[in-house]
Design a protein around this ligand. Structure first.
Ligand SMILES: NC(=O)c1ccc[n+]([C@@H]2O[C@H](COP(=O)([O-])OP(=O)(O)OC[C@H]3O[C@@H](n4cnc5c(N)ncnc54)[C@H](O)[C@@H]3O)[C@@H](O)[C@H]2O)c1
Ligand SMILES: N[C@H](CO)Cc1c[nH]c[nH+]1
Ligand SMILES: [Zn+2]
Length: 873
């Protein structure tokens, strides 16, 4: 179908909202044209990666880059790329689909334009045509009736736009000339008017029948629209329609079952609209079913069931078991894939395909991936220019599976079993080809310093700007709406839909601390070791120094009165963090200790956290996580007490929110440090035990896919290196969190160095959260540690002892911040106050210096405060 509109936008300013235009509105109506220069190609590629599938028709890119760039842009999702005449032949030689190329005319005389159109079949872009009449004339003259001419306008009006589109040319409008704000219409073109100007209603009341579907194309229901409701939809980014009885109505306004708008388009004869929406809440129909035609079926139905099982699975549910046991799920997918390959009759194939899809979708839902995401991926793949050859990996071809019932060697099941078994040695080709869990090796003497520095970068996270942009509205909502907003976000992010109060106040009921005796014992031992180590950090008396006779200076400490302790609970619940933050707060003598942690889906907190909170004397547990919990602690709500300092690690949202509130002078709150995804760096030489080294690396890799682990080997040969790598692969595969480990290991590396000096130089450069020294005379190496959160010395000191029970704190700076921050310690909970105490003699001794400096600064009152006391002029 012909696109309704192209709007020219400057990629660099894409997110900047132009006058009265909701920039998203361009994506709702389909087509975006972006001007890219060779310098901004990388930005464009990034933008395309992020938006792939978001534009319902296509995203055109006007650019004059190299052939390679053109191919990359097409590959990444640009529907059409604008090229020069010189590039055309080369691109056609590469067999690039002509439909995806638009020729940019060089000179633009009428004759040139006509010659080019006549001689080629690709679309044409005229960027210097200023006169609509001229374009109309040659479109008519050459009887061009397909939308193959793109025309840009400097200052269009609606009439001009409509005239040119009636001629089947596609007008490209500058974003600044469009508006979604109906009130600001004068001088600007309303996007709704533009869409509807092309449409003709076939109904006596002038309304347009409107089919509402989900992103998969499943019909949700039939409603009506007109320009007014379309304008409101584009402005708000939601489903808004025209009721024949009630006028304009926003879907879900009273029921809460709202819709996020994805796109609006016209049908082929332009008398009917289609709205694609993301339906929230119970469904589209007023009878609370997903569609007005009843329940979903097929894959949509399966997805709905899996998503609800993930939110709250009934006891004994098999799907819940699969969610909780990634190893089992992996085995079932492989088993079903093999059965599917071996199926022969139509009935068997349908049966096995259904099983395979069930397990595959369970994996998707478990990872938060939807069918819509998968289909978007398929669409993105369908427009790829560079295609992979498509050969199967050797592991899956060495044992041929039966074809058409003729067994050739072993069956698919056997092949899968072999392909996925753990290899015995590094020479095992199957193991190497198939999903080996291994860190990339760098031999540092063979690489440039820059390469090593790049390799040592932490896994890329979403840009801090993006995270901050997500956190700001959350923080504002907590500030303005307190508990109500806090509950809303907890229901949204932590799925605790039944939670009624955001706070659990002390004294905590015994029933919430029911634990096995061995767990109580472990918590008690750890508590006591952490207490001892932090109590030893106390300054038992003030520091007193007499700087001159009679001039006594002193410094004493006071506990910060109110502290908020964030205990993470997203990917794993960490009661040990409650101890690490709570015990020093108790030892320091903080009067008010408030713990915050995301609740479980049923609204409860784990009994271990309640027990730890009880032991450290916490006043309350805030049942919330993320930016909302940080904001509640910083500003207070009806039921959450405001605190003076927030401590504790967390994900990017927690860390960004901590930074935001600590920068707000009205909040009056400080923070400990940026403590994000866990890291460890192990330095190992020939004395290190490969089993221990691998286990230490994996202990931090299992925290999250954003964790990073680094191994620096000192003077190891190939056999010794291979032994560690073999151990890593073997142990990783035996872990319940193997999928998380695989993600973390993907961006983890081994640096092979010759000397311990070189190893320590690189370690100090990286500044790891945890540093493990498994080297000869490890104790003597500690002297060369310059930057690290916490050091673990020798082969009998696994990092996990520090995580739980040794006594040191595990809340530590990550992301290289060990260069300037300490980990949490007793000092984190106190502030120092200084005092001066002078005798008359003391004032005489120091008074001259004070008066002279006050004179220099021309602060006479300062000078007199001394001179009047000493009776001098
Ligand atoms: N450096 C340290 O000392 C240290 C210690 C322990 C843990 N950690 C790290 O802490 C991190 C804990 O992270 P986590 O995710 O498991 O738990 P978390 O409690 O930090 O984060 C969970 C919260 O994030 C918020 N959130 C999730 N997705 C969101 C989104 N799209 N938009 C807005 N908010 C969103 C939700 O509110 C949720 O409650 C891990 O990376 C772990 O390695 C670090
Ligand atoms: N290693 C984490 C700090 O990066 C802390 C922790 C808690 N539980 C297990 N480990
Ligand atoms: Zn840990």
């Amino acid at each position: 179908m012909a696109p309704t509109l192209l709007a020219a936008i400057d990629l660099a300013n894409y997110t900047k909202s132009t006058q009265g235009l909701n920039p998203q509105a361009l994506s709702f109506i389909g087509n975006v044209f972006a001007r890219v220069t060779p310098e901004t190609v990388d930005d464009a590629l990034l933008h395309l990666q992020e938006t792939v599938g978001r534009y319902s028709t296509y995203l055109g890119v006007a650019t004059l880059p190299s052939i390679n760039d053109v191919v990359s842009l097409l590959d990444t999702g640009a529907a059409k790329v604008f090229i020069t005449r010189q590039q055309l032949d080369q691109l056609l030689d590469l067999k690039i689909d002509q439909d995806r190329l638009v020729l940019t005319l060089p000179g633009n005389t009428k004759q040139e334009i006509i010659d080019t159109i006549a001689g080629t079949v690709v679309d044409v872009y005229c960027h210097q045509v200023k006169d609509i009449e001229l374009v109309e004339a040659w479109l008519n003259e050459y009887n061009i009736d397909r939308p193959d001419v793109f025309v840009s306008f400097a200052a269009p009006d609606l009439d001009g736009v409509l005239r040119i589109s009636k001629q089947s040319a596609i007008p490209i409008l500058p974003a600044e000339s469009l508006t979604t704000d109906t009130k600001k219409e004068p001088g600007l073109i309303s996007v709704a008017k533009l869409v509807m100007a092309n449409a003709t209603s076939d109904r006596p009341d002038g309304l347009f029948s409107t089919l509402v579907t989900d992103e998969r194309g499943v019909a949700l229901g039939l409603v009506y629209s007109n320009e007014e409701s379309v304008a409101e939809s584009l402005r708000t980014g939601s489903g808004v329609y025209q009721s024949r009885k009630r006028g304009v109505w926003k879907k879900g306004e009273s029921s809460g079952d709202i819709q996020e708008l994805v796109s609006i388009s016209l049908d082929c004869d332009k008398d009917c609209l289609r709205y694609v929406v993301r339906q929230k809440g119970r469904g589209f129909c007023h009878l609370a079913t997903p569609t007005c035609f009843g329940q979903y079926s097929g894959l949509s139905r399966l997805q709905q069931t899996l998503q609800s099982r993930k939110a709250s699975a009934p006891e004994g549910s098999y799907t819940a078991r699969l969610f909780n046991d990634p190893q089992l799920l992996r085995a079932k997918i492989l088993e079903e894939a093999a059965e599917f390959c071996d199926a022969t009759s139509q009935k068997e194939i349908a049966f096995e395909a259904a099983d395979l899809l069930y397990f595959a979708l369970t994996k998707c839902v478990s990872a938060g991936v939807s069918l819509e995401d998968v289909e978007q991926n398929l669409d993105a793949k369908s427009i790829k220019v560079k295609r992979r050859k498509g050969d199967a990996k050797p592991a899956f071809t060495t044992q041929a599976a039966p074809v058409d019932g003729v067994a050739d060697g072993v069956g698919a099941k056997e092949a899968v079993k072999k392909a996925t078994s753990v290899p015995k040695s590094k020479d095992d080709p199957i193991g190497l080809q198939n999903g080996r869990i291994a860190m990339k090796r760098y031999i540092t003497v063979k690489e440039s310093a820059e390469t090593i520095q790049i390799a040592l970068q932490r896994p890329s996270q979403r840009s801090s700007d993006q995270i901050i942009a997500i956190c700001h509205p959350i923080i504002d909502a907590i500030k303005s709406r307190g508990d109500a907003a806090l509950l809303e976000y907890t229901r949204k992010f932590d799925k605790a839909t039944s939670l009624m109060s955001p706070v659990l106040k002390a004294p905590f009921p015994e029933s919430l601390m029911q634990l096995a005796p061995e767990t109580i014992k472990a918590i008690d031992i750890s508590f006591e070791n952490i207490r001892k180590f932090h109590a030893a950090q106390k300054e038992d008396k003030p520091l007193v120094v007499e700087t001159m006779p009679g001039v006594v200076c002193s410094r004493f400490s006071r506990a910060i009165e109110r502290v908020g302790l964030y205990v993470p609970g997203g990917t794993a619940v960490l009661p040990s963090t409650a101890l690490m933050l709570g015990v020093p707060a108790m030892v320091a003598g903080c009067k008010k200790i408030v713990i915050a942690s995301p609740p479980r889906a049923d609204g409860s907190v784990t009994p271990e956290i309640v027990y730890a909170a009880h032991k450290v004397g916490a006043e309350a547990i805030v049942l919330a996580g993320g930016a909302q919990a940080v904001a509640a602690l910083a500003y207070g709500t009806e039921s959450v007490s405001k605190v003076d300092k927030i401590l504790g690690p967390g994900n990017q949202f927690v860390t960004a929110a901590k930074m935001i509130v600590s920068n707000d002078t009205n909040a009056g709150v400080s923070i400990d440090m940026p403590a994000g995804p866990s890291e460890v760096l192990v330095v190992a030489d020939h004395t290190a035990n490969p089993t221990f080294v691998a286990s230490d690396l994996l202990s931090q890799a299992e925290h999250g896919v954003d964790s990073q682990v680094i191994l620096i080997t000192v003077g190891l040969n190939e056999t010794q290196l291979a032994a560690i790598e073999e151990e890593l692969h073997r142990q990783a595969n035996a872990l319940p969190r193997v999928d998380i480990v695989r993600g973390a290991i993907d961006h983890s590396i081994t640096l092979v160095v010759d000397t311990i000096e070189e190893g320590m130089r690189l370690s100090n450069q990286y500044a790891p959260e945890h540093l493990i020294l498994q080297v000869e005379n490890a104790e003597s190496v500690v002297a060369s540690v310059q930057n690290a959160g916490s050091v673990f010395v020798g082969q009998w000191t696994p990092e996990s002892v520090g995580d739980y029970s040794a006594g040191v704190n595990h809340s530590l700076p990550t992301f290289g911040y060990a260069k300037q921050y300490s980990g949490v310690n007793l000092g984190s909970y106190v502030k120092h106050i200084t005092s001066s105490n002078l005798t008359q003699e003391g004032l005489r001794n120091v008074g001259g210096a004070v008066m002279e400096l006050a004179r220099v600064e021309e602060l006479e009152a300062h000078r007199r405060a001394v001179s009047l006391r000493l009776g001098v002029p």
